[in-house]
Design a protein around this ligand. Structure first.
Ligand code: PEP
Ligand code: MG
Length: 756
């Protein structure tokens, strides 16, 4: 055993005894600081706790004045302690009082101490406190001392968690009196009321110390072996499909899994007296802490990979790959609180009756948002400070309609929300009653209402919502929720499942629409200045032929003997459509030549998402069987307003003269060319917009499943020909607010276009 580990080992044994003794958390902390100061030959050892009001409070000290305990409260970024809390990094200083961040608190009596070492106390990726030691003499703390203090901090995290719980119970009344509202970005609409549960994708270490280092080393080695086998298998599966940069990314991941430095660090931990779980957990905390402050993109990627490997290893050690959620069936449903959340993690919560999801960092949430929408769970993202402001168990209202999260809401607000939820369910009952009725206007025009889907989870919603089929199946979702590129067999089975489920109802498969905001981690696309205008959609597919042809093959094979409808995303010029269609035809020939039953019929379409394509309709009319307008992308290009930036995307209205004139022209051109046209994109799910589009001649609308009810109700209340006529007289001339004029028109015509 290395020399440096003998001191920690003794310390660990004593700590283990203290933990096992149980008792009051404050008393235990007092004993811990005494022990740590003694063992580390420090004059001072102190613990600061992050309180509910986000201050750093001195809760135990050996060496500073006893009366400072609970009296000394530092602002979240005050002094050296605050700096550690903010950076989540250790800090070692030879002469602390001379450091610019030093904050002098006379009540502590810390004047004589010069050397300072502090480490963050981390739990669930959050800094819950800071542990420090100080010495009178100026001295430099060694790496091994820093590590020892970090290991102690890890153990302390659990004791502090108990203290936080006890305090919370005592402060419950005060907490209730201190509600807080956070504004965020709605990622999936709806309202949910529940109780905060922190997302932690790993099994926490149940035991920290072990007296059987040999046994623990063996467990760890076995788990590492299992991890390497599964990572090797993952890389091997994609070996044929990936070349160049993506392949390097996977290889790097694999190399990290085999990295002896990582393994040595873990083994050192168990040889120093930690359990295998605690040794991995320590590494994970270090990686997370470094991630918090790393700005270099390359380093961040590696740290993400390492954190992911730590998590996997912890799950293997825990004997389960699945994330567990403790839910009290009697109590309020859980609201997941996460700093980051992967789509696969979210899928594992399925069936836990989640009331809502709050995600601090929206950027990584976009994939999770896709899954949240499929699961129809109210979700908010982009909530800075969320994980420090919420405590486990806090009552939470997720209002993803208004983009607000109410923490610790008072009874009046809770009652108001309970009323809103009741009203929503009354409306839902009305839509359910209309489920089997067609969307026919008062003058007998039949509008096809289709669902936008992307995961097998969405399939039931077609039937439940009373839709006519799937107007947009976003095939890239399967790629986004998988950890690796889905192999041919997996793609065939998903498409077969979709076709089986839909029976005679039509399904339009949109081929992979990757790039833009839909990045695949293992394809490692280069960062672009303007991803929405970059190497994405059909451009990306045509350039990564192996991937694209594999998908086309899967579609052809799945549709065996049935109708296959395929469309290509964001076609900008006719040549892109021709090239993609030629590849599809090649796959059809290839499969037929090998004896596979071809689809009974094949319909090939293009998405109109770039304005230029509106002026290519004549060229493609003989070749394409249909066109579908993707309003999400089309409107961002039309108004030059990024759809991901609410400040600009919400500035322009589709029910305005420029957009409506453009769409009216497109509808008219397609009518003349006898080219079937539909609309997909979120716009057709808004009843006001849906009515305008139907009135302009778009008789097939595809939308999120939850919007079918409100749109059907609106269609059934309108005389479409009259509305179309009135709209056409408003469009060419006039210059006022078209939406206002349209709403006035709806009033005159007695149309019901309420949102939900
Ligand atoms: C669109 O852009 O309108 C569309 C339907 O595609 P996506 O939202 O998947 O980009
Ligand atoms: Mg699009």
């Amino acid at each position: 055993m290395p020399e440096t580990y003998s001191a920690p080992r003794l310390l660990m044994n004593r700590l283990r005894q203290m933990m096992a003794a149980g008792g009051d958390a404050e008393e235990r902390l007092a004993k811990v600081v005494k022990l740590v100061a003694g063992t580390m030959v420090a004059d001072v050892c102190s613990i600061y706790l992050r309180t509910a009001d986000n201050m750093l409070e001195l809760v135990a000290t050996e060496g500073l004045r006893a009366e400072a305990v609970t009296r000394t409260r530092l602002h979240p970024d005050e002094g050296l302690v605050g700096q550690i809390a903010v950076s989540a990094q250790p800090l070692a200083i030879q002469d602390a009082p001379r450091h610019p961040a030093f904050s002098y608190r006379p009540e502590t009596g810390e004047d004589p101490y010069h050397a300072f070492l502090g480490v963050p106390i981390l739990r669930n990726g959050r800094v819950t406190g800071v542990l420090t030691v100080q010495n009178r003499t100026e001295r430099a703390y060694g790496e091994d001392e820093i590590e020892t203090l970090q290991t102690i901090a890890m153990v302390l995290a659990e004791v502090l968690a108990n203290l936080i719980e006890t305090r919370k119970a005592a402060e419950a009344d005060e907490q209730n009196g201190r509600p807080n509202t956070l504004g965020g970005r709605s990622l999936c609409g709806g309202i949910g009321i529940g109780r905060a549960v922190f997302h932690d994708p790993v099994v926490p270490a149940a035991k920290f110390f072990s007296s059987d280092s040999e046994g623990e080393s063996e467990r760890l080695s076995k788990a590492l072996e299992q991890l390497r086998v599964s990572v090797d298998a993952m890389v091997a599966i994609d070996a044929g499909a990936l070349m160049g940069e993506p392949r390097e990314v996977l290889e790097t991941y694999r190399l990290l899994a085999h990295d002896p430095a990582w393994t040595d660090r873990l083994l050192e931990g168990v040889q120093g007296g930690l359990t295998a779980e605690a040794a991995v957990d320590r590494a994970r905390r270090e990686h997370r802490a470094r991630l918090e402050s790393a700005t270099d993109a390359y380093l961040r990627e590696r740290l993400f990979d390492l954190e992911d490997l730590d998590n996997r290893l912890l799950r293997i050690l825990g004997g389960t790959e699945k994330i567990k959620l403790e839910v009290n069936p009697e109590g309020p449903p859980p609201v997941i609180i996460a700093r980051r959340l992967g789509p696969a993690d979210l899928l594992e919560y399925r069936g836990s009756g989640l009331a809502g999801i709050l995600i601090e960092e929206a950027s990584v949430s976009s994939h999770a948002a896709i899954v949240a929408r499929a699961l129809e769970i109210p979700t908010l993202g982009n909530l800075p400070g969320l994980t420090t402001l919420v405590e486990e168990g806090d009552p939470i209202i997720v209002d993803a309609e208004e983009g607000q999260a109410h923490l610790r809401a008072d009874d009046a607000l809770k009652a108001a929300y309970a009323d809103r939820i009741a009203l929503r369910s009354e409306r839902q009952a009305v839509y359910r009653a209309m489920r089997d009725l067609p969307a026919v206007s008062l003058d007998g025009q039949r509008i096809q209402l289709m669902v936008n889907a992307g995961l097998a989870l969405d399939l039931d919603t077609v039937e439940d919502a009373g839709a006519d089929g799937i107007g947009l199946f976003r095939t890239e979702f399967q790629f986004l929720v998988s950890e690796t590129l889905p192999p041919l067999g997996e793609q065939i089975s998903l498409y077969t499942e979709v076709l089986d489920k839909l029976g005679t109802k039509p399904v339009i498969f949109r081929t992979v629409d990757l790039g833009g905001d839909k990045m695949l981690p293992n394809l490692n696309q280069a960062r672009e200045e303007n991803p929405a205008l970059g190497w994405r959609s059909i451009r990306f597919a045509l350039d990564t032929r192996g991937l694209f042809r594999r998908q086309l093959r899967a579609l052809v094979r799945a549709a065996s003997g049935r109708e296959l409808r395929v469309m290509f995303p964001m076609v900008t010029i006719p040549e892109e459509f021709f090239e993609a269609k030629a590849l599809l035809m090649q796959e059809l020939e290839w499969s037929t030549a090998r004896g596979f039953v071809p689809p009974e019929t094949l319909k090939v379409g293009a998405m109109l998402e770039a304005p230029s394509f509106a002026y290519c309709l004549t060229e493609i009319a003989g070749e394409a069987d249909f066109v579908s307008v993707g309003t999400n992308d089309l409107m961002q290009f039309f108004f030059a307003a990024d759809r991901m930036t609410p400040k600009v995307s919400e500035r322009y209205d589709m029910v305005s003269r420029p957009a409506m004139r453009f769409l009216a022209e497109v509808a008219e051109t397609c009518r003349k060319l006898d080219l079937p046209i539909s609309i997909c994109g979120e716009a057709s799910g808004d009843p006001v917009q849906a009515l305008c589009l139907a009135a302009l001649g778009f008789h097939t609308l595809s939308m999120p499943a939850a919007q079918i009810g409100p749109v059907k109700k609106a269609i059934r209340s309108v005389h479409l020909a009259r509305l179309g006529h009135a709209l056409c007289t408003l469009l060419p001339t006039g210059h006022g607010d078209l939406r206002k004029e349209v709403l006035a028109l709806f009033d005159d015509l007695g149309v019901d276009a309420s949102l939900n």
